[in-house]
Structure formats: C-alpha cells, structure tokens
Write a protein that binds this ligand. Structure first.
Ligand code: NDP
Length: 336
C-alpha cells in the first residue's frame, strides 16, 4: 500500500522532498470496518494551505501523515453490514492506494451510479467542487436572472459549474482564465458569454468591456490581481461569495497576503461578502449531487478533466494545478 506523506512543510512552492511516497501496511479489519481500494484521487487547491503549520479553517496535516484528499474507492473487504464488497464510494481516505475505516466514518457516500456519468465526475463537477460552485452561487451569491456573474478559474470544476449554473438561472456569465485556449473553451464549449484572459496584459480594460452593466455577483476563487480588477466594477447590492483564493496558496508567508477581505472591506459601500464552506450544505449533499449528475448525464453540464496516471504522479500534478497547468478537474487515476 503506497501512500504520499508530508515529509517537510513547503515554503512557497512545493519542492522535491516535501512530499514522499512511502510504503504503509494495511492492518486486518475489525468488526464494523471496511477496506477500500482507491480508484481515483481528487487533487484540490485546499490541500496546499493544509501543508502549512498554521491553523486555517481546517487543521494542518501532520509531518509523516498521509496527504488529505477525497477519492473514489471500491470496497474490497467488509466486516460491516452497511457496505458490501464491490460498493463504490467517495470518501476522504487521502493520497494512498488502500484505506481501512469504520462504517461510522464521516463523509463516506455510496455512489449512485448513473449511465453517462463517469465515476471520477463524482470528484469534480458532480462532486465536492461542483456542489461548492452550485451552493455558493445560489445560496451565498443569490444570483438572479439578468444579473452579471463573474468567476475566475473558470475552466476548473468550481468555475465550470458556477458559470453554467449562472447561465441556467438567466444571468450573464463572465469567466476569467489563464491563456487564450482556456478562454476560448470557456465561451465556446461551456457557453459563458465572455471570458477574460488575466494573463493577457489588459485585465482591467478587458473585464470592464466584458461587464458593460457592472458586476452583481463575483464568485471568488482566486484573489490577487483579479479581485483588484473586479472591485471597481461591483454594482451596488453586489454579493461576493468567497470560496477560496488560490493565487495566495503558495505564498512564502501566508500571514502577509492581501486577501479578498482586505480588498472588499476597503470599498465604499462594502459589498456583501463572506467566506463559505461547501460543508454548510452537507444536508443537501445527495440532492445537489443528483442535480449535477443528471446535468452531466443529459450533456447539459459540460466539463473537462486532466488525468495523471498512478499515485506516484500526484505530487507533480498537484504542483502543476496550483500553477494552472490543469485543464479542468485534476485527477489521479490510481487503479481500475
Ligand atoms: P481549479 O481546478 O480551477 O484549479 C486551480 C486554478 O486556479 C488553476 O487551474 C488556475 O487556472 C487558477 N489559478 C492559479 N493561480 C492563479 C492566479 N494567480 N490567479 C488566477 N488564477 C489562478 O480549482 P477548483 O475549481 O478545484 O477550485 C477553485 C477554488 O475553489 C479554489 O480557490 C479552491 O480552494 C476553492 N474551493 C473552495 C471550497 C469551499 O468549500 N470553500 C471547496 C472547493 C474549492 P487558470 O489557468 O485559469 O489561471
């Protein structure tokens, strides 16, 4: 059973030696426990802040501990009445090939397989990032028909769902993404009304041109220069659901970062804004997963994914994702 563990806390970007692949034994099952085999591992930006030694909204990962993460797994042994061998689940068993956990463990969900929905979609647009985009836009952003919604990291799983949900609600959806290829995809395939390349050198002007009526909902994924460009365009009554700010995750000193809160609080009037966690709507997990999976199955919800092969490829793929090398949801295919 190979696992990726945190060997050294990264300072800034992850360096060779910060993460290490080790062999971990798998113990025998006790009553009420299952053995799960990882098929797909999800790589998500939040894992980087958890490698720091500071407590954010979640505890740091300990040294020599397996990196946290959600996976799609198959139950391969069971001493529980709740799970049968062969069941497919999503669970937070981390960057490893096998995991033993009790059937009382939190955040383990049986996958209700649907034709047209690949298993790994339950880690992406029909999974945690998709629910984040959907709930953040609908319940914190309160997007209404006719409004302009802006979201960055627009080609990633959260942004993809934010923009396509906004379109469904009758909004103008404007994406921000890195490079012409991603921007073209966001408009031509995902169906956003416009997409601004923040690496193109004219962020402020291009964003203003894409939002002739200002911005009513800014779904915050990235922070930094994008937030500063958005700020003067926010309309009175605008809402800013703060989901994350990935541009700061590799900061050498995370305490010195200018957060979206600093930028927004300096505005007059201060727009409605708050940080939210997808787990606020844990009671809607099955309902919203169902909505998003149905949209995937019908072809209504488009998305793309980047797949790295084998657990050993996870560290490089993760480093790349924080720099935008992924095109859509970054996954690791661990086993069949
Ligand atoms: P993505 O798959 O979109 O990957 C991150 C993307 O961020 C990169 O591909 C890159 O896209 C973009 N990016 C990286 N650096 C910068 C930068 N300096 N400026 C602008 N964009 C940058 O990620 P997800 O869709 O999984 O997650 C998006 C956000 O949502 C993250 O902030 C994440 O932490 C947050 N999140 C929060 C949750 C919550 O409960 N609050 C739950 C899930 C996610 P590009 O090439 O376009 O720049």
């Amino acid at each position: 059973n190979r696992a990726v563990v945190l060997k050294k806390r990264p300072q800034g970007e992850i360096q060779d030696g910060d993460l290490e692949i080790v062999e971990k034994s798998v113990r025998d099952l006790k009553d009420g426990e299952v053995l799960a085999k990882t098929l797909w591992l999800s790589l998500d930006p939040y894992m980087r802040p958890r490698m720091n030694d500071s407590k954010g909204y979640m505890d740091p990962i300990g040294l020599d501990e397996t990196i946290v993460g959600e996976v799609v797994a198959r139950i391969v042994e069971s001493k529980s009445d709740k799970y049968q061998v062969g069941d497919l689940v999503t669970c937070y068993s981390g960057w490893q090939e096998y995991a033993v956990f009790p059937d009382t463990a939190d955040m383990v969900y049986k996958i209700q397989e649907k034709p047209g929905v690949p298993l790994q979609a339950y880690l992406g647009v029909a999974g945690m990032p998709g629910r984040t985009g959907y709930c953040g836009l609908m319940y914190v952003g309160k997007a209404k028909a006719g409004e302009t919604v802006v979201v960055a990291a627009a080609s990633g799983p959260v942004g993809t769902v934010v923009g396509q949900t906004a379109k469904k609600e009758g909004c103008r959806a404007v994406g921000v993404a890195g490079g012409p290829e991603k921007c073209r995809y966001v408009v031509e395939v995902l169906g956003f009304d416009a997409c601004v390349d923040y690496k193109g050198g004219n962020l402020e002007e291009d964003l203003k041109a894409a939002c002739p009526d200002g911005i009513d909902v800014y779904f915050e994924n990235v922070g930094g220069a994008v937030t500063r460009a958005v700020a003067p365009l926010l309309n009175e009554g605008a809402r800013v659901p703060i989901c994350g700010y990935v541009s700061a995750y590799n900061a050498e000193d995370p305490t010195k970062v200018e957060t979206p809160f600093h930028v927004l609080k300096a505005l007059d009037p201060v727009p409605e804004h708050r940080f939210f966690l997808v787990t606020e709507w844990q009671d809607k997990h099955q309902e919203i997963t169902g909505i998003l999976a149905d949209r995937v199955a019908s072809g209504d919800l488009k998305y793309s994914e980047t797949v790295a092969e084998g657990l050993e490829s996870a560290p490089e793929a993760f480093k790349g994702m924080l720099n935008g090398k992924n095109f859509g949801k970054q996954l690791v295919h661990v086993a069949d």
